[in-house]
Design a binder for this molecule. Structure first.
Ligand code: FO1
Length: 310
């Protein structure tokens, strides 16, 4: 029986690394957001797949969380000399990955095949699965119009006011067929941005239906710590969408699928409200600065999952 970890972005990858320290590849599979994927300079870029793959391989840039450690930037500097678009920073080594993936896709390979090929080459032992091989695109409805995800997130630096978010293609997308749901005994939603990183995956109809299966506990680790998210635009987006930035909102957001929520120990008082929704709740230190933090929180998450399975 396996744990399925649902993740996207830098926050989710931290817990993912902790889980990978504790569970062998036979017992852990990652399902990753592809709503951030886009074509840039003719290349297929899959930021969340790459953030997770680099993190599991030990190649992630420790400062930014995305991109590669020990990166060089000759390509970007040369592109700048030509007056080309440099708003999306592609390092030289990272660029090689995008070229390689694009070549696999151009030759008729699937995103799953490309991801498997790349992650194996980087020494990753666990299965990293795109949530779907069908295209899903996160689109932000903002005060400056509709923006594709990377234009909102990177080009506009998350400055536009968010009025809504859509996951184009998700309702037609098929869940990755390499995921054997019959083997999954616990689902962990990593502390990724619920609106940008997790919802595109949950918007795949047969996946959301599976998560309503009462035999498989679904846990989430809240990305909110004492009224704010530690990184990224989660706080800003929640506010602009009219939600209070707290664990109650996170619990409500996942209400129809969640068995248990792990919140930060500083927010322990929120557990009562979460339990009122019929969701089990524990409070732990959810801030992951070191590898020890990641492994500890992963262990506490799995312990909670075991307790709820019994
Ligand atoms: N995030 C940025 O804020 N600025 C960038 O220039 C940037 C480049 C980039 C290149 C490759 C890659 O895999 C990720 C990259 N990211 C960048 C992160 C990306 O925008 C992710 O989608 C976010 O981290 C959200 O998960």
């Amino acid at each position: 029986m396996s744990v399925l970890a649902v993740t996207g972005g830098v926050g989710g990858a931290k817990l993912a690394v902790g889980l990978a320290h504790l569970l062998t590849p036979d017992h852990l599979v990652f399902l990753v957001n592809t709503g951030d994927d886009f074509r840039h300079l003719g290349l297929h870029v899959s930021p969340d797949l790459d953030t997770l793959t680099y993190s599991l391989a030990g190649y992630a840039c420790p400062d930014k969380g995305w991109g590669r450690i020990d990166e060089t930037w000759s390509f970007l500097k040369t592109l700048q000399d030509f007056g080309g678009p440099t708003w999306f920073q592609l390092g030289d080594k990272d660029l090689a990955l995008h070229v390689y993936r694009t070549q696999i896709l151009s030759n008729g390979g699937s995103l799953t095949e490309a991801t498997k090929d790349i992650s194996e080459a980087l020494g990753v032992k666990h299965s990293v699965l795109p949530c779907s091989d069908d295209p899903i695109a996160t689109i932000v409805d903002s005060d400056v119009g509709q923006l594709s995800f990377q234009h909102y997130f990177v080009k506009h630096q998350c400055r536009p006011y968010v009025k809504g978010i859509q996951y184009e293609g998700a309702n037609r997308a098929r869940l990755n067929e390499n995921l054997d749901m019959a083997t999954i005994s616990l689902v962990v939603i990593c502390p990724s941005n619920p609106y940008l990183s997790v919802d595109p995956i949950l918007a795949i109809p047969n996946f959301r239906n599976f998560l309503r299966n009462p035999d498989v506990p679904v846990l989430a680790v809240s990305p909110i710590v004492q009224g704010r998210a530690l990184r990224g635009p989660t706080t800003k987006i929640m506010t602009e969408l009219g939600s209070t930035v707290d664990n109650n909102t996170i619990a409500h957001h996942y209400e129809d699928i969640l068995t248990g929520l792990i919140i930060d120990e500083g927010d322990a008082k929120d557990c009562d409200n979460v339990r009122d929704l019929g969701i089990e709740c524990i409070a732990r230190n959810t801030v992951m600065r070191t590898i020890e933090d990641r492994v500890r929180l992963a262990r506490e998450t799995l312990d909670f999952g075991n307790a709820l399975s019994n």
